[in-house]
Design a protein around this ligand. Structure first.
Ligand SMILES: *Cc1c(COP(=O)(O)O)cnc(C)c1O
Length: 427
């Protein structure tokens, strides 16, 4: 998911050029106190005692709030923000985010249950994803949330269930566009896909909606994720909106909502350039002004996962062994890919590169000889940091893996090797 490195090249020299982020600056974005990493105002030693065991994930609520505030000030007012819960579905995190955003996007009935526990109104919860089972669809219809329809057959099933429930289903069509989000970590549209209805098939399906037990709300078009280039995002958003407005002409009733997808990425690797959010906001502003007349009665939104939570999370594990093998230092921890698969490079990455890592109990100490940080699983894939310049760490020291707030615990094979699940805390 975080495979490709993308560097944004501003067109002119006068444009503000974002400073490339190196691991050291991600780490330096955190406070330290007496040589300890401080997370959400709490030194890591104290935090660890409070949580009671390692490894754990900790999420900083103030960072999440701040990120959403940055989005609010950069994006046009008329563009709503939805939180894509699969990035981090921890109930406390979702409860914290719900009042700060305009919608929640769920990808399963399990996530739907968490979303329905928040104050978010059902009309602002949407359910996307291929392979929705009839039981899940039935729950979604009964809850009155919007189902983003991924195929014509799914629409038939929805229609049948709505009839059985003697109600109507609230739906949007998810469209598989004929373009993709270029230079992104993961492409989710363009070509042949399991996601959405091919754009060329949409007019026929829209026509047939008139006869079905559904209320049509609009379109969902998601072209890809983890993009760090504002210009590429702007191009894709322009194509997305043009496609949605073109399809709107075939809709059985006026389109009320267009979900333009998201794709805003965060820097994970040395040399990654952070996304220029102001530039994203400015081009989105130009785009919505350009289509102002067509968009007059349409609610617009984007959906974001990792951009909201990714940088607010840290994975903490403890060194349980320090060994030297043929001259190389191995810091063996109680953590690993069973909790943080993406940091091991096995979550869709093409090339394995190190996530930002630090010795959380030895902050600011001078770097010792390169060390490999490994997990406790019996596989060479379980590598958290390959030959990293870190402070000297011993048994008992804590290791922090940054950028761990999205696609961490719930995107990892927790049952692999039957270790206990790590704790999670929102602080
Ligand atoms: C996963 C997903 C997202 C979130 O992607 P991020 O890269 O975390 O922002 C948004 N929309 C849809 C449809 C998704 O499947």
């Amino acid at each position: 998911m975080t495979g490709k490195r993308v560097t944004g090249k501003p067109k002119t020299k006068s444009e503000s050029r974002p400073i490339p982020v190196h691991h050291s600056s991600i780490v330096a974005g955190f406070e330290t106190a007496r040589g300890e990493l401080v997370i959400a105002g709490v030194p890591v030693g104290q935090l660890t005692r409070r949580i009671g065991s390692t490894p754990y994930f900790v999420y900083d609520r103030a960072r999440i709030s701040r990120r959403i505030a940055e989005l609010r000030s950069a994006l046009p007012k008329r563009v709503g923000i939805s939180y894509a819960m699969k990035a981090n579905p921890m109930p406390a995190v979702v409860q914290h985010i719900a009042p700060l955003v305009d919608g929640l996007d769920v990808a399963s009935a399990g996530e739907l249950a968490v979303a329905l526990d928040t104050p978010m109104p059902a009309s602002r919860i949407s359910f996307a994803g291929p392979g929705k089972r009839p039981e899940e669809l039935a729950r979604a219809i009964a809850a009155g949330i919007t189902i983003n329809v991924e195929s014509e057959r799914e629409l038939e099933v929805i229609n049948d269930i709505a009839r059985q429930q003697k109600s109507r289903a609230q739906i949007a069509l998810r469209i598989n566009p004929d373009f993709e989000l270029k230079a992104s970590g993961m492409r989710m549209g363009g070509g042949a896909r399991q996601f959405g209805i091919d754009s060329e098939q949409a007019p026929g399906i829209l026509h047939r909606l008139r006869r079905q037990k559904v209320d049509f709300h609009g379109f969902h078009i998601f072209a890809g994720s983890q993009c760090l280039n504002a210009e590429t995002l702007a191009d894709t958003q322009a194509q997305t909106l043009a496609l949605a407005l073109e399809l709107a002409a075939n809709a059985p009733c006026p389109v009320q909502h267009i979900n333009m997808g998201g794709g805003l990425g965060i820097p994970y690797f040395p040399g990654d350039t952070p996304l220029d959010l102001k530039q994203v906001g400015a081009s989105l502003g130009r785009l919505t002004r350009k289509h102002a007349t067509a968009l007059k009665n349409i609610r617009l939104s984007i959906e974001l996962g990792r951009y909201i939570v990714g940088e607010a999370g840290v994975y903490i594990c403890r060194v349980v062994d320090r060994k030297i093998s043929r001259g190389e230092v191995f810091l063996v921890t109680d953590g690993g890919l069973h909790h943080q698969l993406a940091a091991s490079g096995n979550f869709g990455q093409v090339l394995r590169r190190n996530y930002p890592v630090a010795v959380a109990t030895k902050m600011g100490r001078k770097q010792s000889a390169p060390a490999h940080v490994v997990g406790c699983l019996c596989t060479p894939l379980d590598l958290i940091g390959n030959s990293m310049a870190l402070a000297h760490a011993d048994v008992g020291d804590l290791i922090a893996v940054f950028q761990s707030g999205a696609y961490g615990l719930t995107a990892s094979p927790t049952r692999f090797l039957s270790h206990p699940e790590p704790a999670e805390a929102l602080v």
